[in-house]
Design a protein around this ligand. Structure first.
Ligand code: ZN
Length: 508
């Protein structure tokens, strides 16, 4: 998969651009040399080739050398991103299967070079999913599905990534979400049927469960109650280290809780399979954003039913015990987490194999060793907002007054913005803005409450406008990061090395 012949330095015909050329971006493949060059604040695509007419699909200004070579200078546009992916095929998102993998949600579209650096330094065998965003985050950041992929393409080129990449259309909830992202070139589709999970099944009594069981969408499930009982009550499912058995009550509870979710995932999968050729995409099933933990029996039920209905998936995200708050470490009983994890991992091996996916996975440092070990590397680590927090840390270092301004605004937004997240930060426990000086700015990212406050308010911060209709923070934030790409990459590399290192030993 890794192409041979990466150029060690810029070839002669690129030299006129060398002023702003980013050396790590220069790559040669199939007679074409491609790189990124800086012109003021913006990046430009530069390319050169020995023969005539080599720039199919690109846009920009083409000049010809006396010796027959040609050179192109063009914008980092959507069209050129597409052309770069065609010319450098490893940059086209593709399924990565059961390889140990990590997802790097990047809300600003500037983090990929830092992610590349962390991977290279710590765990080059981990397959990256640089492009990853949920529909909710796209709405909040004003980006479309293709923008997210394009930003990752430019970032991977800039950082000099030479391996395969995936792209994750994350937390898709509706058929319309699937249709939108299928056309944009994603390779991994994370289906979130959480709205169809009936969490009240956990506390319903037997008559209530019987009644709700009778009202499951049996035709969508291509099933009936008698057949369901026959499949599950006869014998337990063997997993290494034990078995998972069902009695009437456990089966009814699992089916009532997850039956509609199974039907929804199946419909989403079938729609996707009708839009994309087999082998061009893979599926993750996530029930992590539900109220109650996924039991072993429920995991077995979901996986067995999806398989019976012909759904193929590469990873599954159960809802684990404890609290997975955004951007901070795990809060909960570590022993119980480990015990549940071991069983979920054994089920994933017995009924797949498929990977277990750790959602809200950033900053869960106390979980990584156990997660890596229990899954034996059949793991996907999904992170998102933490790269935005590292962007803020960078701004705290290079433009502290801007971070303090953002922080004061984030505090105003927090009571409202926290509603759709599981967070426990309180405004009272976070540092008061009037007590902060410039030197305190980077440290805000190390304070639990300030960190969560900054995390969940990203959408408000990135889309806030002043009275004149100008973006209040987003433009300045991006400008600082583009002015100091090295500082941002260094923050990301340091932070993500801590995420990836525990997985380096188990990479498969
Ligand atoms: Zn999730």
């Amino acid at each position: 998969m890794t192409p041979a012949g990466a150029a060690s330095g810029p070839p002669r015909s690129l030299l006129p651009e060398q002023d702003g050329l980013r050396p790590s971006s220069v790559v040669e493949h199939a007679g074409l040399t491609v790189g990124l060059s800086r012109a003021g604040a913006a990046w430009r695509l530069v390319a050169s080739a020995a023969g005539p007419g080599p720039f199919q699909g690109f846009e920009g200004e083409i000049t010809r050398d006396a010796d027959g070579g040609a050179r192109l200078v063009g914008p980092t546009s959507a069209r050129n991103a597409e052309a770069v992916r065609a010319a450098l095929p490893w940059l086209t998102p593709r399924p990565i299967g059961l390889h140990t993998s990590a997802g790097f949600g990047d809300r600003l579209g500037l983090a990929t070079p830092g992610h590349v650096r962390a991977l290279r330094a710590t765990a080059p065998g981990i397959a990256p999913v640089f492009a990853q965003q949920s529909m909710r985050e796209m709405t909040r950041t004003g980006r479309g599905p293709r923008d997210v992929i394009d930003a990752a393409t430019w970032g991977a080129l800039a950082g000099g990534w030479r391996g395969p990449v995936g792209a994750d259309a994350d937390h898709l909830k509706t058929i319309a979400d699937v249709e939108r992202c299928a056309a944009a070139g994603y390779s991994l589709f994370t289906i979130d049927p959480g709205e169809h999970v009936d969490g009240t099944a956990d506390v319903a009594d037997a008559p209530a469960l019987r009644d709700r069981l009778a009202h499951l969408p049996w035709s969508a499930l291509e099933d009936d109650e008698r057949a369901l009982r026959a499949r599950y009550l006869a014998r337990p499912v063997e997993i290494d280290g034990g078995r998972v058995g069902f009695d009437e009550a456990a089966l009814a509870r699992a089916a009532v809780k997850y039956g509609r979710a199974v039907a929804h995932v199946t419909a989403m999968y079938r729609r996707l399979a009708s839009l994309r050729p087999a082998g061009s995409f893979e599926l993750e099933v996530s029930v992590d954003e539900t109220d109650t933990p996924t039991s072993a029996a429920e995991h077995v039920y979901v996986a067995s039913e999806l398989r019976r209905l012909g759904v193929q998936w590469v990873s599954l995200a159960p809802r684990f015990v404890g609290r997975f708050e955004k951007g901070v470490d795990y809060i909960g009983p570590l022993d119980a987490f480990r015990a549940e994890l071991a069983v979920h991992a054994a089920i994933a091996r017995a009924l797949g194999p498929y990977k277990l996916s750790l959602h809200s996975g950033s900053d869960k440092f106390s979980l990584y060793p156990a997660f890596a070990e229990a899954t034996r590397g059949l793991a996907h680590l999904k992170t998102a907002g933490t790269s935005y927090l590292e962007a803020l840390r960078t701004v705290g270092l290079v433009a502290p007054a801007l971070l303090l301004e953002i922080y004061a605004f984030a505090r105003e937004r927090y009571p409202e913005d926290r509603a759709s997240y599981h967070v426990s930060a309180s405004l009272d426990a976070a540092p008061a803005p009037h007590q902060l000086e410039a030197a305190d700015a980077p440290g805000l990212l190390d304070q639990f409450d300030a960190r969560e406050i900054l995390h969940v308010t990203f959408g408000s911060v990135l889309t806030a406008r002043d009275a004149a209709g100008q973006l209040r923070f987003a433009g300045r934030l991006r400008a600082e990061l583009e002015r100091e790409p090295e500082a941002y990459a260094a923050c990301l590399a340091r932070h993500f090395s801590r995420h990836l290192a525990p997985f380096a030993a188990v990479v498969v």
